[in-house]
Design a protein around this ligand. Structure first.
Ligand SMILES: [Zn+2]
Length: 401
């Protein structure tokens, strides 16, 4: 999410959705969906500043003239913005461009990639909360973890603070923010609406951590964080879905480069959608044949352990892949996604399972419309959520991704 969207999402003058809206009166509806469109000077400046930082973040050493061309603003405006950014140490001068063009040689600029730190946490693993300190490029500088076992409620919140205390004490540059990927439903203000495994309900995690550490904080669902991480650091396309497989199954959906949250912040929660009409194993939720019963790691591991030979093991993986393909077909079709990325245990997901998913998707979607669909494993490994948390902070604080 961009800072603009974050502002719109929380804009106090946004008209509440009320019964009136549902009467279909055009003006009431327009008022409900249109954000505040007045452009204030400080907004324009903030926007232009983000454009400059984004150009530098994705560029490789640019002059002020290069930036002006790239973002479509005047040289004077760019020089003014750059002067401010240099005074804040967010932008640095690299030196003179080594070329032989006539005229005054250009000074190359870059975003100060190693001058600041971001702390990213991943609360989605059962045994431990994991965290990193990264620089603005997403290079991991420090790692930490806190064993959690069966902690929940206040004890789980205390464990988050223990991990943050440890990581923050080991930073060597100013920290621009903290990003936290947590399981469960998370609203746009970073309140954990519901995370049953941690026994968190309506916990305003983002506000609690921000007040305790006096730093900007971004809290989001772990699968959404993973999708954001894959998009920025894994080279994923702008219309993609990131499937996380572990003890459960979840996903993050990105459309037009933006995370889709859904009306109840549960977009991407595909784990308890029943796959097919032929039943299946009993799920923890009480239904039979949910995607999790086919795809969650413990279920697959149990079937693999019971399989008598290599052929039977391959059949187990292929069938799990087919069930994933069956559940993804309508999503890929409806949203015209360009890429589906799997994250989880490589030895389970990477071979016959991935092939089974790909074949099923091919058979169940229109080649003319979805022929360029890519299905692959993530390249970010276990860091996918913490890197997503880093991106969330980069976007929230600097407007870059
Ligand atoms: Zn279920």
């Amino acid at each position: 999410m961009t800072t603009d969207e974050a502002r719109r999402a929380t804009a106090p003058n946004r008209a509440p959705v009320s019964g009136k809206v549902r009467t279909g009166r055009p003006r009431a509806h327009a008022a409900a969906v249109r954000p505040d469109s007045r452009v204030r000077p400080e907004h324009a400046r903030r926007h232009n500043r983000a454009l400059v930082l984004q150009a530098l973040y994705r560029g490789e050493g640019m002059s002020r003239a290069d930036i002006a061309r790239e973002v479509g603003l005047t040289r004077v405006t760019i020089s003014d913005l750059v002067a401010d950014l240099i005074s804040e140490n967010l932008v640095i001068e690299l030196g003179i461009r080594p070329d032989s063009r006539p005229g005054k040689p250009a000074t190359l600029l870059d975003i100060n990639r190693s001058g600041f730190s971001i702390v990213g946490l991943d609360l989605s693993h059962d045994a431990a909360f994991r965290g990193v300190v990264a620089n603005l490029d997403g290079a991991v500088l420090v790692r930490g973890e806190v064993a959690v076992g069966n902690v929940s409620g206040q004890a789980a919140l205390d464990a988050v603070c223990t991990l943050l205390d440890d990581l923050l004490a080991r930073t060597t540059t100013p920290v621009i923010g903290i990003g936290i990927g947590t399981p469960g439903l998370v609203d746009l203000d970073g309140t954990v609406v519901s995370a049953p495994n941690l026994d968190w309900h309506d916990l305003p995690l983002q506000r609690v951590i921000a007040e305790r550490y006096d730093l900007p904080v971004q809290v989001a669902n772990d699968a959404n964080m993973a999708a954001v991480g894959e998009r920025s650091f894994g080279g994923a396309r702008a219309d993609m879905m990131l499937i996380r497989v572990g003890r459960g199954v979840g996903s993050g959906i990105v459309v037009g480069g933006q995370v889709v949250y859904g009306s109840g912040f549960a977009a991407g929660e595909i784990g308890h959608v029943i796959v097919g009409t032929d039943g299946g194993e009993l799920c923890a939720c009480g239904k039979e044949g949910c995607l999790e019963t086919w795809l969650a790691s413990p279920r697959i591991e149990a079937r693999l352990a019971a399989a008598p030979d290599a052929e039977a093991r391959e059949a187990v993986l292929r069938e799990a892949g087919e069930r994933l393909g069956i559940s993804l077909g309508p999503v890929v079709g409806a949203l015209n996604l360009g890429e589906v990325v799997l994250a989880g245990p490589q030895n389970v997901l990477g071979g016959a399972l991935l092939e089974g998913t790909a074949e099923t998707l091919r058979n169940r979607t229109m080649a003319e419309l979805h022929g360029d669909l890519t299905l692959r494993m993530t390249t970010l490994g276990r860091d996918i959520v913490v890197l997503g948390a880093v991106v969330m902070v980069l976007t929230g604080q600097l407007g870059v991704s």
